[in-house]
Design a protein around this ligand. Structure first.
Ligand code: SF4
Length: 353
């Protein structure tokens, strides 16, 4: 349905950067001007960071937070302006987030984050880390596996913190998932280096583990890691990544380029170190200021063109490493088919390629 014929629009918003915030505000302004009769309702992370203000300014008809998503049907019937921000300690009972084709399912296992990275707004809009019950996750996986899904991707705000609050761990959960009939591959969305303990490392030898791990480093200069209030440090990260790579894993990471105080010497040290790491994939971002975070008040901002240049250098270095990895894996790969287009089949292999 086009926006023009809508009576009501729900904006499921992101608030992770100032840019995301202004796109949401810009969109709402455009709708307000173009079609003042349409009711705009704000949901998602932006509801927590700017919902109250937009409601007070009468730019939205209503606001609802994450914990209220399950009540969307009754919320959409409300005929008076409302503010239902809900509870940041809530656990959503909807576990399956998304299906890809008929083989891959994303399973949300936890919500929230107890870390305090200086650039990140997420803990204040998603709440403290809390785990879904093991029973509900396993029931869901059982149903999906019996319907033909073979690959399960475990997701959440900070997936590796699964279990701390319920006397369990992500490794224990994965072991149980792997015992369900029909489960062929388990993949973890992203982990923090300090979450990869001996119990988790034991799992890496199991055939059901995808041979790809995403380990969020965010930087390789210790000075920057400290400024960014990260819990990882390069020396340990390198030992960890080398150990995992020696087990035949492809390894991806997140990296923020151009955070305040990343001067030339930090950057050249960081790149020297990146070259030493066995990385194959990268999600690199140029730093984007987010109000109400510690980083937003820091001096030593990096010019946009410098950050872009550094970003390009980083991407091309990892691309070179990925090509070398591919060349050293020039053999038959295990692909779980997700799509068929005529005689062409596509899907991901065990290395997330
Ligand atoms: S661990 Fe991730 S979600 Fe948590 S504060 Fe750091 S960057 Fe944000």
């Amino acid at each position: 349905m086009s926006e023009d014929s809508a009576d009501l629009i729900v904006v499921n918003s992101c608030t992770v950067t100032n840019g995301a915030d202004s796109s949401v505000r810009g969109y709402i302004n455009r709708i307000n001007k173009k079609k003042p009769d349409i009711r705009v309702i704000l949901a998602g992370c932006g509801a927590h960071s700017k919902g109250e203000k937009l409601l007070a300014e009468k730019r939205v008809f209503g606001v609802f937070g994450h914990s209220e998503k399950e009540n969307i049907e009754s919320i959409l019937k409300l005929d008076k302006p409302f503010y239902k921000i809900g509870d940041l300690n809530h656990i959503d009972t909807t576990i399956v987030e998304q299906f890809i084709g008929k083989s891959r399912a994303f399973i949300k296992i936890q919500e929230g984050c107890n870390f305090d990275c200086s650039y990140c707004i997420i803990p204040s809009v998603r709440g403290r880390a809390r785990s879904h019950s093991e029973e509900s996750i396993l029931t869901q996986v059982e149903k999906l596996a019996s319907n033909g899904f073979g690959e399960f991707i475990l997701t959440g705000t900070n997936v590796g913190s699964y279990g701390y609050d319920i006397g369990s761990s992500i490794a224990k959960l994965i072991k149980k998932i792997s015992q369900i009939r029909g489960v062929r591959r388990v993949r973890v969305g992203s982990l923090e280096p300090i979450q990869i303990d001996d119990e988790f490392k034991e799992l890496l030898k199991e055939p059901f583990m995808a041979k790809h791990l995403h380990i969020a480093l965010q930087h390789t200069s210790d000075k920057m890691l400290e400024i960014m209030s990260r819990r990882n440090r390069f020396h340990y990260d390198r030992i960890l990544l080398e150990e995992i790579s020696s087990l035949g894993f492809a390894i991806g990471t997140d990296f923020i380029v151009g955070h305040p105080m990343e001067d030339d010497s930090c950057w050249s040290e960081a790149m020297d170190r990146v070259r030493k790491l066995p990385l194959t994939h990268i999600h690199a971002f140029t730093y984007s200021k987010r109000d109400n975070t510690k980083s937003a008040g820091m001096r030593g901002e990096v010019r946009g063109d410098v950050a872009k240049q550094r970003y390009r250098e980083l991407i091309s270095t990892i691309r070179g490493k990925h090509i070398k990895f591919l060349e050293s894996h020039n053999r038959a790969l295990e692909v779980l088919i997700e799509k068929r287009d005529g005689s062409r089949y596509s899907g991901y292999d065990q290395y997330f390629q």
